[in-house]
Each structure stands twice: as structure tokens, then as C-alpha cells.
Design a protein around this ligand. Structure first.
Ligand code: NAD
Ligand code: MG
Length: 402
């Protein structure tokens, strides 16, 4: 078989990027790497580019370019080195690229993901913040430019797999799939599901990042601990599947084996199960509509013994409540929620804020921006303007709180 996809991996040095390259390396017959990008781990980027024979890399600035050159193995043909945020978006839209893995963390990933959608690529979307910040804009671009949007977030990938597989299925449906009553989004509950509430203000970044089932980047690990991640995922599911918020139910499932479910009008509930390993949804997205090997081991249900389910506790997880409210309020509120969270989580990871101050900062930003909560931005610039305004506000609140 000849190569089916020439890939651009935005954020190749992160947790999702590394898992993507692991799957790609198993299929030299059908997948090749065209471009890789990274923001900080430039030596790791050089090693990846050398191993996978990338033709292009994108780095943030002159210093990163110099580091890349210094780390490049002598004797191998140097890839083209592009530089800066515009080059990153242009590379996602490069005519040589057929599929883009959007795996940058945070709203910083939005311009690249949007450029890929506008160029009509196959877009493997891990970067959920892009949909939270610009759901209408992004889904509109997918529709207008005929992009193939495949959700990589494990829950949304599970739902995508459980929805009706009709030949004319849309990658950006304008209404809920026929016959579907609800989406059941599973959540592990993170490392603090059973921690005494009085202890939460003392938890450390390393404790918050010690997820019981998944190994992920530090920002999403903290989001999983606060369950803000599940809030972002409800918003993500709303946009991906055109589903009203009151038809998306969050179910806590500590084992992370059932990745999510779709409930139909006849009472059937379809679930997708598997090991908690992102290589499964990544392989699904890379191979679609074929099923390809991911390197993920077998699911031994008899060894698991039992699977548990419970309702989420909105007192323990105020970030989930704030997210559901933001989705009901509108796009302006969702941009604020996401940007305030990014700033607060960074403050927590750097030791300047306590864990319990994260929801407090988000809530304050939402209150202070209430006038623009229902705004629907019509351009990327408008989204980025609300995002920057919120970041300034949140940074100020962090300084006061520290
Ligand atoms: P990570 O922190 O491990 O990696 C982030 C990547 O983005 C790195 O390559 C980094 O260099 C790049 N990056 C960071 N800031 C950047 C910037 N300003 N400009 C350009 N590049 C930048 O993150 P991750 O855990 O791989 O998560 C990536 C995305 O995938 C997030 O949106 C996350 O929510 C989503 N996701 C991750 C997982 C997981 O298992 N890790 C699961 C589901 C969804
Ligand atoms: Mg997820």
C-alpha cells in the first residue's frame, strides 16, 4: 500500500505527540511525517525529526532555531526550519500535508487547528481548548472547507465510534444524530476523588499530576484533578456532536475502561471500552475508516472484575459546575473559563497558588466578564482578544491571591 497520509504534528514533543509518533512508527507503509513542531523541548524535537525523517520543523524563535541546529546529528540532511506562530499555522495548512494532529496544549493551539480545518485537512483534534474557545468558528470552518474532523480526546473518540456509522455521516453535524437521546461522558474523578475536602487546599502539583489511570501533560493532569477537564469536554462534546448541554451526562467511572457511551431512544446504550492508552484513539484517527495496530495491549475484563459508576460531586469539583454554567451562558463565558483556568493552573504548577484557588480565580473572572458572556465571536482575532483580556485579569487576581 502507498502512503495514505503525510502528517503534520502540532506539539510533537508532548504526551499526545509522542504517542502519535509511536503509532506512526508502526505503519511506515501508510503514514509518513512531513512536519513536527515544538515550543520548549527543542532537543527532543531534533531527535524526533531525525528518527522520523521530518521534512519541516517549526520552532518558536531564533534561540530555539540555534538549539535545534546544535542538537542536529551531523551527516543527516537538515529539515527546513520554520519559525514563529504564523509559520506554525501556515505549516498546518501546507499543501504537502494531508493530516494534522492538533496536540498543542491550551488556546495557543487554536490558530494551527483552525488553519488545518480551513485548509480542508483531516484534523485529528486532541486540543480541546480550541473547541472551547472557538466552537462555532471551528465547526463552521470544518463544514465550509470539507475538513475531516476526528476527535482524539478519548471520550469523544468513544462517542464518535458509538454514533450511527452511516456512509453520509457528517464530520460537523448541524443537529444531534437521529435516534440518540443522550451522550454519557465518563470521568475518572482524578486523584482527589476520595481525598478529605479539608485536605484539598494543601495538595501539591505533583499530587495533582499523579493521575490514577492516565499519563498526560501537566496542565491536563491538573484539569483532570479539578474536573475542569470534564467541563471542557462537555463543551467539546456539545460542539462536536451538536448536542444540547442537558443531553450530555457526566458519569464518574474510576477505572477509565469505559471511555464514554451513547444512549439511544430505544433504551440501548453503546459503549467503547479499552485500556487507558491514548494510542487507541490516535490509531483510530490515523487509520480511519480502517482499524490499524496501535501497540495497545489487550483488555482483560476478567482481571478487572468490576466496573463502577457514580454521579459527580459538584461541591468537591466546583470547576465542573462553573464549566456547565459557562456553556449555558455562551461563547464569551467559555473563552473566559478556559483562559482564566490556564493562568490559574500555571500559577498552581509554579507554586504561587493553592489548588483551591483555581476555581476561585475562574469564578471571579467569569463574574467580572459577565457582560460579554453570551458574545459569539465571528473571527479568530475576536476570540484571541477576549482570551488575552481574561489572561490579564486572571494574572492580576493571581498576584493578589499569592
Ligand atoms: P503536553 O504539555 O504534554 O504537550 C504540549 C505540546 O504543545 C508540546 O509539544 C509543547 O511544545 C507544545 N506547546 C506548548 N505551548 C505551546 C505554544 N504556546 N505554542 C506552540 N506549541 C506549544 O500536553 P498533552 O498532554 O500532550 O496535551 C496536548 C493536548 O491534548 C491538550 O489540549 C490536552 O487537553 C489534549 N489531550 C491530551 C490527552 C493526554 O493523554 N495527554 C488526552 C486527551 C486530550
Ligand atoms: Mg479526555
Amino acid at each position: 500500500m502507498s502512503v495514505l497520509h503525510r502528517l503534520c504534528i502540532l506539539g510533537s514533543t508532548g504526551s499526545i505527540g509522542v504517542s502519535t509518533l509511536d503509532v506512526v512508527g508502526r505503519h511506515p507503509d501508510r503514514l509518513s511525517v512531513y512536519a513536527l513542531t515544538a515550543h520548549t523541548r527543542i532537543e527532543a524535537l531534533a531527535a524526533q525529526a531525525a528518527t522520523h525523517h521530518a521534512r519541516v520543523v517549526v520552532v518558536p524563535d531564533d534561540a530555539a532555531r540555534a538549539r535545534f541546529m546544535a542538537a542536529w546529528p551531523s551527516g543527516q540532511v537538515l529539515p527546513e526550519i520554520r519559525q514563529g506562530a504564523q509559520a506554525l499555522a501556515d505549516t498546518a495548512a501546507d499543501p504537502e500535508v494531508t493530516a494534522v494532529m492538533a496536540a498543542i496544549v491550551g488556546a495557543a493551539g487554536l490558530p494551527g487547528a483552525l488553519a488545518a480545518a480551513r485548509a480542508g485537512k483531516r484534523v485529528l483534534l486532541a486540543n480541546k481548548e480550541a473547541l472551547v474557545a472557538a466552537g462555532a468558528l471551528f465547526m463552521g470552518a470544518v463544514r465550509t472547507h470539507g475538513a475531516q474532523l476526528l476527535p482524539i480526546d478519548s471520550e469523544h473518540n468513544a462517542i464518535f465510534q458509538c454514533l450511527p456509522q452511516t456512509p453520509d455521516r457528517s464530520f460537523a453535524p448541524a443537529e444531534p444524530a437521529p435516534g440518540v437521546r443522550r451522550l454519557l461522558l465518563t470521568a475518572s474523578g482524578g486523584p482527589f476523588r476520595c481525598t478529605a475536602l479539608s485536605q484539598l487546599e494543601h495538595v501539591t502539583p505533583d499530587e495533582a499530576c499523579a493521575h490514577p489511570n492516565w499519563r498526560m501533560g501537566r496542565k491536563i493532569s491538573v484539569d483532570s484533578a479539578t474536573m475542569l477537564n470534564k467541563g471542557l469536554e462537555v463543551i467539546e462534546a456539545h460542539w462536536l456532536f451538536s448536542m444540547p448541554v442537558d443531553r450530555i451526562q457526566v458519569v464518574v467511572h474510576p477505572q477509565s475502561v469505559v471511555h464514554s457511551m451513547v444512549e439511544y431512544d430505544d433504551g440501548s446504550v453503546l459503549a467503547q471500552l479499552g485500556q487507558p492508552d491514548m494510542r487507541t484513539p490516535i490509531a483510530f484517527g490515523l487509520g480511519f475508516p480502517d482499524r490499524i495496530h496501535s501497540g495497545v495491549g489487550l483488555l482483560e475484563l476478567t482481571r478487572l472484575g468490576h466496573l463502577d459508576f457514580e454521579a459527580p460531586d459538584l461541591v468537591r469539583f466546583p470547576c465542573l459546575r462553573l464549566s456547565l454554567n459557562a456553556l449555558k451562558q455562551g461563547q464569551g463565558a467559555c473563552i473566559t473559563l478556559n483562559a482564566a483556568n490556564e493562568v490559574a493552573v500555571e500559577g498552581f504548577l509554579n507554586g504561587r497558588l493553592r489548588y483551591t484557588q483555581i476555581p476561585a480565580i475562574i469564578e471571579q473572572c467569569l463574574e467580572d466578564s459577565a457582560a460579554g458572556a453570551s458574545t459569539t465571536p465571528e473571527s479568530l482575532d475576536e476570540v484571541l482578544e477576549i482570551d488575552s483580556r481574561t489572561r490579564r485579569m486572571a494574572a492580576q487576581l493571581c498576584r493578589q491571591a499569592a
